[in-house]
Design a protein around this ligand. Structure first.
Ligand code: TMP
Length: 392
């Protein structure tokens, strides 16, 4: 049974950065639910994939050094630990992981054709299609089996989880490995990161819920790693249940225990989270109002999908934040979804007369602080809402 716990109000499509501001853009009610049986947390309103993931998708994982490093490190681990003959990535984006592998040893699936083109140009086999059973039947004919299937921040974007895992199970070799990484529900709750929810993030997984989903496909988690990426993610290593060659690491038990202890099995925990999100909203509005009463200038840093949730939930517009800066070329001179706040191309000079920076990309806080030493030295301050609104 799905039980409601959080209402984030009307939200635009999080990655829909418009060139011209429109006061009336499509908005969708964003309500979050907890399934008492599977313990899966999901949003109620499902937007068709084609509306969100198409040839205009602006997000590029290579835009942050942190992500590049994380993919490079993982590619080294995959080669050493599993050495797959053939690797397939679901949601290969701009190839931040794939390009660390030999072209003949990997395949990318990326429905956003603007991104798929980038790896195709580099000679990597990339199919600009959605991951579903229809796609996989074709792949099976061509490649037979895949030894390693990897997917980062993608599975949680696909509504039909049954189809996702049925397809994975269909093409995975008997001793094959699946590696999935996505934001961790435990970290999301601990950090009061309600901005982890937007229309693209249909699910936020916990080890508990993923374990429950995998059961049906005779798949099981055999290792888990905690990552700092995307504000705290989990990397799940999955195998077929009947593959006894791989031992289940103690990391799995540990994570399940941590999650149970925090209360991820209990609806009450989610109601508490909802109250904390309300408090966070009030407190952030207070901080911004006080700064504006002092006639200081605030800008946003990192025009993230997460920031879109914050701006629209807390009703923050250009009365508070003059503009956002972002390094992504496709976000330049566009508007934050749902709000009349322009995104400007990042350069250090742009921070000259700025007093406060709201961290839209709070998950890259360390990378940004390193880059903005000059701003900090001159007395510039940052504002974050994670884990609670404060000035740094
Ligand atoms: P994400 O949190 O969804 O990964 O998005 C990060 C966004 O922040 C992306 O649009 C790139 C942007 N960004 C900057 O503009 N400057 C930076 O230094 C970093 C790390 C990210």
């Amino acid at each position: 049974m799905n039980k409601f716990f959080l209402n984030l109000g009307k939200q635009p499509l999080a990655n829909n950065y418009l060139t011209k501001y429109q006061s009336k853009q499509p908005m969708y009610l964003l309500k979050i639910f907890f399934n008492t049986k599977t313990k899966l947390v999901s949003i109620s309103k499902r937007i068709p994939s084609k509306k969100m993931f198409n040839n205009k998708y602006p997000y590029k994982s290579s835009m942050s050094k942190t992500m590049q490093k994380s993919f490079f490190k993982l590619s080294k681990e995959i080669k050493k630990r599993f050495n797959p003959k053939l690797l397939l990535e679901i949601g290969s984006n701009d190839g931040s992981l794939l390009t660390n592998f030999d072209r003949s040893k990997c395949i990318g699936i990326e429905p956003c054709s603007n991104l798929a083109k980038l790896t195709q140009k580099k000679g990597y086999q990339t199919y600009d299609v959605y991951w579903n059973f229809k796609t996989v039947k074709k792949l099976k004919k061509k490649f037979k089996n895949i030894d390693l299937i990897y997917s980062a921040n993608t599975i949680t974007h696909i509504s039909n989880l049954d189809d996702v895992f049925k397809s994975i199970s269909y093409i995975l070799s008997d001793n094959g490995i699946i590696i999935i990484e996505d934001p961790s529900l435990l970290e999301c709750l601990k950090k009061v990161s309600y901005d982890q929810f937007y229309n693209e993030h249909i699910y936020v997984f916990s080890a508990i819920s993923l374990k429950n989903i995998l059961k049906k496909y005779s798949l099981e988690i055999f290792d888990i790693k905690n990552l700092s990426t995307h504000g705290g993610s989990l990397r799940y290593y999955i195998k077929r249940k009947n593959n006894k060659k791989l031992i289940i690491s103690s990391s799995v038990k540990k994570q399940l225990f941590k999650e149970k202890k925090y209360g991820l099995n209990n609806y009450r925990t989610y109601k508490n989270f909802s109250n904390s999100a309300e408090k966070s909203k009030e407190s952030l509005n207070k901080i911004l109002t006080n700064i504006k009463n002092d006639n200081k200038k605030i800008i946003g840093y990192g025009a993230t999908a997460k920031a879109t949730t914050v701006l629209n939930y807390c009703n923050i517009d250009n009365n508070f934040i003059d503009f956002f800066v972002d390094t992504t070329p496709d976000k330049k001179n566009r508007f934050m979804p749902g709000k009349k706040i322009k995104i400007l191309k990042y350069n250090q000079n742009i921070l000259k007369n700025v007093d406060y920076i709201f961290l839209g990309a709070w998950n890259f806080r360390n990378e940004i602080f390193k880059k903005e030493k000059k701003f900090i030295k001159k007395g510039g301050k940052f504002i974050t809402h994670i884990p609670f609104p404060k000035i740094i």
